[in-house]
Design a protein around this ligand. Structure first.
Ligand code: NAD
Length: 250
C-alpha cells in the first residue's frame, strides 16, 4: 500500500501557498511557476520574429500581467534585466526553460485514449512546448494494438515496462473517474512522479509525486460566479441612478 497524502488542487487551490526550489535556492511560489510558462510562450513568439530584447512592460503586456509582478517573478530566477534595455529574449528564454526543466525534451505517457485522450494525442502544441508523447495506454482490447500518431496503443497492464523503457516521469490521466485512483497507483509504482489529472476525482499520492488537476467544468463555474456578480451589479445600476436623479431633481 502506498503512503498517501491528499493532492493539492491546482484549480482554484492555494497556488501561492506552495513553492518550489528556485535556481538560486530561493523558493519560487507556485503562482510564479505558472506565470513563467506564460512568459516563456510570449518570449518564444518574440524570438521567432527576431526580437532580441524586450522591456518588462512589453513582456508583461504580452503575458497579460502587470510589469511589477513580472519583474518580481523574474527576480526569483536572478534575472533583473538591464535598465533602459530590458531583457535579452534568448537568455531569458533559456533561463525559464532550465527553471521549468524543459531543457531536455520530456517524455509523457497518455493514459486513456477516449474522447479527451484522442484530442490530446493529436495536439501538436505539446511538442513545440517541450513535451513528447512517447506512450499511449488504454485498457480496451479494441483499442490496444492500434496506432495513433505513429505510436502503438499499449495495454495498461504493461505500464511498468512502458514507464521504464520510455523513461517516463510525467503522465496525463484521461481515464474515467472510477478507475483513476487505481491507474494512478499503478503509475506511481511504475515510477511516474508527476501526473496531470483530468478525471473529476481527488487523487491520493505519496509526497514525492506531484498532481495537477485540470477541471474545465470548475473553470466554467468560476466564470458563472463572476457572470452572476456582473448581472447583479447591472441590475442594481438603474435603481441607483434612478434614486440619484430623484435626489438632485427639482
Ligand atoms: N478535466 C476536464 O475538464 C475534463 C473534460 C472532459 C473529460 N474529463 C474527464 O476525462 C476522463 C476521460 O473522458 P472521456 O470523455 O475521454 O472518456 P472516454 O470514456 O471517452 O475515455 C476513457 C478512456 O479510458 C480508457 N480506460 C478505462 N479504464 C482504463 C484503465 N483502467 N486503464 C487505462 N485506460 C482505461 C477507456 O478504454 C477509454 O478509452 C473522464 O474522467 C472525464 O470525466 C475531464
Amino acid at each position: 500500500m502506498i503512503a498517501q497524502r491528499d493532492q493539492l488542487n491546482a484549480v482554484g487551490g492555494h497556488a501561492d501557498e506552495r513553492s518550489v526550489a528556485g535556481t538560486d535556492q530561493r523558493s519560487i511560489p507556485e503562482a510564479t511557476v505558472a506565470r513563467l510558462a506564460i512568459y516563456l510562450r510570449a518570449l518564444v513568439g518574440m524570438g521567432k520574429v527576431g526580437v532580441a530584447t524586450v522591456s518588462s512592460g512589453s513582456l508583461a503586456t504580452a503575458a497579460g500581467v502587470n510589469s511589477a509582478k513580472l519583474r518580481k517573478d523574474l527576480s526569483y530566477l536572478g534575472s533583473y534585466g538591464i535598465r533602459g534595455v530590458g531583457y535579452d529574449v534568448s537568455l531569458l528564454t533559456d533561463q525559464i526553460h532550465k527553471t521549468l526543466g524543459l531543457h531536455q525534451n520530456r517524455a509523457v505517457a497518455l493514459i486513456g485514449l477516449g474522447h479527451l485522450g484522442r484530442a490530446l494525442a493529436g495536439y501538436a502544441g505539446f511538442a513545440s512546448r517541450g513535451f513528447r508523447i512517447s506512450a499511449i495506454v488504454d485498457a480496451d482490447p479494441a483499442i490496444v494494438g492500434t496506432r495513433v500518431r505513429g505510436l502503438p496503443v499499449q495495454h495498461v497492464d504493461d505500464l511498468d515496462a512502458i514507464v521504464r523503457t520510455e523513461n517516463i516521469a510525467i503522465a496525463v490521466l484521461t481515464v474515467p473517474a472510477g478507475v483513476a485512483q487505481e491507474v494512478c497507483d499503478r503509475l506511481v509504482v511504475a515510477g511516474v512522479t508527476s501526473i496531470l489529472n483530468f478525471a473529476p476525482t481527488v487523487l491520493a499520492v505519496p509526497a514525492h509525486v506531484d498532481v495537477r488537476k485540470v477541471d474545465l467544468a470548475a473553470e466554467l463555474q468560476i466564470l458563472s460566479f463572476h457572470d452572476n456578480r456582473k448581472s447583479a451589479r447591472a441590475d442594481c445600476e438603474p435603481a441607483r441612478s434612478g434614486s440619484s436623479t430623484m435626489a438632485v431633481g427639482p
